[in-house]
Design a protein around this ligand. Sequence first.
Ligand SMILES: *Cc1c(COP(=O)(O)O)cnc(C)c1O
Length: 397
Amino acid sequence: MNMQEYIDEAEQALLHTYNRFQIVLDKGDGVYLYDIEGKKYLDFVSGIAVFALGYNNKAYNDALKAQIDKVIHTSNYYYNVPAIEAAKKMKKVSGMDRIFFTNSGAEAIEGALKAARKYAYLKDGKTDHEIIALNHSFHGRTFGALSVTGNPKYREAFEPMIGNIKFANMNDLESVKNCVTDKTCAIIMETVQGEGGIYPAEKEFIEGVRALCDEKDILLILDEIQCGMGRCGAMYAWQLYGVKPDIMTTAKALGCGVPVGAFLMTEKVAASSLTSGDHGTTYGGNPLATAAISKVLDLFEEEKILENVNAVTPYLEEKLDELAAKYDFIETRRGLGFMQGLVFDRPVGEIINKALEKGLILINAGTNIIRFVPPLIISKENVDTMIEILTECLNEL
Ligand SMILES: *Cc1c(COP(=O)(O)O)cnc(C)c1O
């Protein structure tokens, strides 16, 4: 079948919840993806901040193949070595104390919210606790995660949400303070907002939120699902601010393509929140998924992934800033590390489609923002190629 025939079949079978780009992808290698007709694309999306190590990394693939030949799944009723090793490595890179593995980002959020409610319940025995979330946030599509997602469009048709959620504004400490009551059990936020438009937290804001949480024994949940795993230049973006969460969530690049996530907590929260029987998952942390995590974390060190992000970031920022200066219709650039956004005064869909035709994969964040979340192995030459193609597209507007 040719590409169009596959697309037609897909549209007969798949639920139409995505307006998909009109290509059928076949394989990947490094920073490139190939469609089934052999056309090559430079990828500045990495499956939405997932494929940090680039495609077809041999050491990663070999580790997965070896695990497949041993055992893919057991159950969380038994121990398995890959999960134990992954947990140990994750504690080391995160500085958190306890881990629960999930299958996705949204499920990590669900677990984090449950842990926060249980922590508050054990303190006062009440069941009316409130959670503060932020406008423009994105935490996932399941009911709990959607309830704390600060985009009414995503929630409206599915009301009622879980309830007792209040929304404040990113980088506006007063608005957070105004939401606090004696029922508040947690504040949840992305350290750098992703889907909502690439808004990094300001240092003073996140420090203020931390101080507020400490003062009132409110738990700070940092969602690092998109901005974590080295993307912003530290293993977890909060480490750049020196503000540690009580609970954090991670997913996306954690397994570099194998579906896995986790929520992690400090000993203080672990000692007095979820306990046996409170939470569970069939697949979460299975040997295949945790073998992936373990290898990913090893390769981050061996392949000096963070070093590359920090070495190439100033160049990427400079080049994007040049575009912002050159074109009137680009308002600004914002972001941290390899999580950047170019803010336009108009919808960016047409530009992204043009780029795809010219062999460059980009994605939006909201209607007016082009988001750059490439594999963490990109070089300055890859940045140059991306800028060249993007410039061509902009000149055609
Ligand atoms: C993608 C994302 C999620 C949801 O993760 P899924 O794996 O799609 O469920 C949650 N929070 C943030 C910040 C994300 O970027």
